[in-house]
Design a protein around this ligand. Structure first.
Ligand SMILES: C[C@H]1O[C@H](OP(=O)(O)OP(=O)(O)OC[C@H]2O[C@@H](n3cnc4c(=O)[nH]c(N)nc43)[C@H](O)[C@@H]2O)[C@@H](O)[C@@H](O)C1=O
Length: 333
C-alpha cells in the first residue's frame, strides 16, 4: 500500500485527491491547521466510513510555518508521495494580505523542500502551481516554456515557489514537480471564487432565497476546467518516469459574462436582471490572456481536460440547487 501526504487536504483539490488516492488503495495522511471548528464538510463522508477513517485516512495538525511539526509528521508517516496543495489561494485577497500570502504560498513551499532535502527516504513531491505565474504573458496559449510575468502578490508568491521546486529538482535531485494549474472549479469550490459565487447565486435566486449578486469585473477571461480531472493529472505526474512540470488546462477561455450566461441559463433566468457591480470586488491588477496549452500533459501523461463551459457551470448549479433543496427538507432540530 502506498502512502501519500497531502497539505491542504480539506480544500477542494485535497478532497478530490483524497477520494482518488483512497480508490487506488493508498493510505492517505493529511495536514490540517488547528482551529476551533472541526467541521470539514468536504471530507465528511469519508470520516463516517469505519473502514477508512483512522485506518487509511489520517489527519495531523500543523501549520505550514511549523517546520518542526511537519518534519515530525513526515518521519512518522514516511510518505511515498507528498502533494503540496495548501496556501493562501485567493488572488483578490492577496492584495489585502500580501505578507501572509508570501509566507504560506512562497515560504511554506520552500520550507517543505528543505525538509525533504534532509530526509533519507525522500517522497516524490508535487507542488500545485498556478497560471497566475504568467500574469500578462506575451504568448497565448501559455505552455511550460512561457516566461513568468506575474502581476499579483499571489502570482509572485507562486512564481517564487515554482522556481524553487525546479531548482531543488535540478540542483538537489529531488523528484519534484510543478502542476501549473489553470482555474479548476467544482461544486466543492470555495464560495468566494467567482464561479461558485455565481452558481450559488443562480441557484439561490431561482429558489427565491436571494435577490441579486454583487460582482467585480465581468470582462476577466479564464481557462476554467473541472477540479476532479485536475487531481488525476497530479497523480499521473508522480507516476511518470521522471519529475517534470506540466501545464494543466482546457485550452478554452471564457469571460465571467460567459460563466454567468451558462449558469443562469441552467435555471432559465437572465443574469442581467440580477447582477450588480461592486468596486469592492475589483482588483488593482489582473492577469490577462490566461489560457493554457496542456499538450505536453496529453502527450506524456495521457491526460486531457474533458469538462468545459457550459457543462461545468451546469453541474455546479445543479449541485447548488440540490444543496438548497436538501436543507429545506431537513427536519429542524
Ligand atoms: C489559477 C488561479 O485561479 C483562481 O484565481 P482567479 O483566477 O483569480 O479566480 P477567481 O474566481 O477569484 O476570479 C476569476 C475572475 O473573476 C473576476 N471576478 C469578478 N467578480 C468577482 C468576484 O466577485 N469575486 C471573485 N473572486 N472574482 C471575481 C476576477 O477579477 C477574475 O478576473 C484561484 O484558484 C487561484 O488560486 C489560482 O491559482
Amino acid at each position: 500500500m502506498k502512502t501519500a501526504l497531502i497539505t491542504g487536504i480539506t480544500g477542494q483539490d485535497g478532497s478530490y485527491l483524497t477520494e482518488l488516492l483512497i480508490s487506488k488503495g493508498y493510505s492517505v495522511h493529511g495536514i490540517v491547521r488547528r482551529s476551533s471548528t472541526t467541521v470539514r464538510a468536504r471530507l465528511d463522508h469519508l470520516f463516517h466510513r469505519e473502514d477508512i477513517y483512522n485506518k487509511r485516512l489520517f489527519l495531523h495538525y500543523a501549520d505550514l510555518a511549523d517546520t518542526t511539526t511537519i518534519r515530525r509528521i513526515m518521519l512518522k508517516c514516511t510518505p511515498d508521495e507528498l502533494y503540496h496543495l495548501a496556501g493562501q489561494s485567493h488572488v483578490g485577497a492577496s492584495f489585502d494580505i500580501p505578507e501572509t500570502t508570501c509566507e504560506f504560498t512562497a515560504m511554506g513551499t520552500l520550507k517543505l523542500l528543505e525538509i525533504i532535502r534532509d530526509l533519507e527516504q525522500k517522497p516524490k513531491f508535487l507542488h500545485i502551481s498556478s497560471s497566475e505565474i504568467f500574469g500578462r504573458p506575451d504568448q497565448s496559449p501559455q505552455n511550460e516554456m512561457t516566461p513568468m510575468r506575474p502581476v499579483t502578490p499571489y502570482g509572485i508568491a507562486k512564481a517564487f515557489a515554482t522556481q524553487m521546486v525546479t531548482l531543488y529538482r535540478e540542483s538537489f535531485g529531488l523528484f519534484a514537480c510543478n502542476a501549473i494549474c489553470y482555474n479548476h472549479e467544482s461544486p466543492l469550490r470555495g464560495e468566494s471564487f467567482v464561479t461558485r459565487k455565481i452558481t450559488r447565486a443562480a441557484a439561490a435566486i431561482a429558489r427565491k432565497h436571494q435577490e441579486s449578486v454583487s460582482l467585480g469585473s465581468l470582462d476577466g477571461r479564464r481557462d476554467w476546467g473541472f477540479a476532479a480531472e485536475y487531481v488525476d493529472a497530479m497523480w499521473r505526474m508522480l507516476q511518470h518516469d521522471h519529475a517534470d512540470d506540466f501545464v494543466l488546462a482546457t485550452g478554452t477561455h471564457h469571460s465571467v459574462k460567459d460563466f454567468l450566461d451558462a449558469s443562469f441559463k441552467a435555471v432559465d433566468l437572465d443574469w442581467q436582471d440580477f447582477v450588480k457591480q461592486d468596486p469592492r470586488y475589483m482588483r488593482p491588477s489582473e492577469g490577462t490572456r490566461l489560457v493554457g496549452d496542456a499538450s505536453k500533459a496529453e502527450r506524456e501523461l495521457g491526460w486531457k481536460a474533458e469538462t468545459t463551459l457550459p457543462k461545468l457551470a451546469e453541474l455546479m448549479v445543479e449541485a447548488d440547487l440540490q444543496r438548497i433543496d436538501a436543507s429545506e427538507t431537513k427536519p429542524a432540530f
